[in-house]
Design a protein around this ligand. Structure first.
Ligand SMILES: Nc1ncnc2c1ncn2[C@@H]1O[C@H](COP(=O)(O)OP(=O)(O)O)[C@@H](O)[C@H]1O
Ligand SMILES: [Mg+2]
Length: 257
């Protein structure tokens, strides 16, 4: 693996308390739901966390993309409605390695950008992340990661990239992973034909997955502009279903840690 000396030093110095776990949400393809999953899984995890009286949340969501999409979303949420703390690295190396040493933080859920600038000529077995600031930010997170969550959709458009992410990025680093199907449309895919196809595809490869999908709901699409996270959606049947979907992801994640 190509890891710069500075990055290596930062990661090696990161002595972690035994209760700390780092979970990275990663998938080469943009638009598969990484940011949505990172934020809402952090919200469910934070909502179920043991409360401390100092107001410090044991759950931290972290963003690594240069645009800071996680930060923008979180900063749009009322502070008392955000059940986790967040930090944005904007791709700067060293921040996460330092943060993970804080014993009051137990879960870091890290959003990542799609990595489009992978090296297409990288040999099998070689690190395909290439050389760029984004690649270094990804490498730091991957060095720290205890688990990766890989979103995939019923639409085939994300399948190859899910496989690439797992086979070329996660497996060579021995990072355990969990696939989650996102954007199952219960209205359009009534017979669950599409859903069953993607489940079969995942299971054929023996990839561990969350048992049931995250359903596609319009409320998720407006959550960013409304400054909302799934645990705080205005109460409705859909809101409950939506919360159940992400609670399931958070629970399955905990079982794998
Ligand atoms: N389960 C879902 N239901 C409805 N819309 C979703 C769902 N998951 C993601 N989206 C929407 O799809 C788009 C891409 O999601 P995003 O989380 O930004 O993906 P990524 O971070 O992988 O690029 C966003 O507009 C988001 O609101
Ligand atoms: Mg994103």
């Amino acid at each position: 693996m190509t890891t710069s000396t500075a990055l290596r030093a930062a990661v090696d110095a990161a002595v972690r308390p035994p209760t700390t776990r780092v979970i990275v949400v990663i998938q080469q393809k943009g638009g598969s739901g990484k940011t949505t999953i990172a934020i809402n899984t952090a919200a469910c995890s934070g909502r179920s966390a043991v409360q401390s009286d100092d107001g410090v949340s044991s759950v931290v969501a972290a963003g690594t993309d240069v645009q800071g999409s996680l930060e923008k979303w979180c900063s749009a949420v009322r502070e008392d409605a955000l059940p986790f703390d967040y930090v944005v690295t904007r791709g700067r190396v060293g921040i996460l390695s330092e943060l993970v040493q804080d014993p009051s933080r137990r879960r870091f859920i890290v959003d990542t950008p799609g990595f489009m600038d992978v090296d297409p000529d990288a040999e099998w077995g070689e690190d395909p992340l290439g050389q760029s600031p984004v690649a270094d930010a990804l490498r730091e997170v991957l060095e720290l990661a205890d688990l990766a969550i890989v979103p995939i959709t019923p639409s085939k458009i994300t399948w190859d990239e899910a496989e690439f992410t797992i086979e070329r990025v996660l497996k060579p680093r021995s990072i355990p992973f969990l696939v989650v199907i996102n954007m199952h449309d219960p209205g359009k895919d009534k017979g669950e034909t599409q859903l069953n196809k993607v489940k079969a595809w995942v299971d054929e490869r023996n990839y561990p997955r969350v048992s049931d999908p995250i359903r596609r709901y319009t409320i998720h699409e407006h959550a960013y502009e409304n400054g909302a996270v799934v645990t705080e959606y205005k109460m409705s049947g859909t809101a409950l279903n939506a919360r159940e979907d992400f609670m399931r992801v958070a629970l399955t994640m905990e079982q794998m840690l």
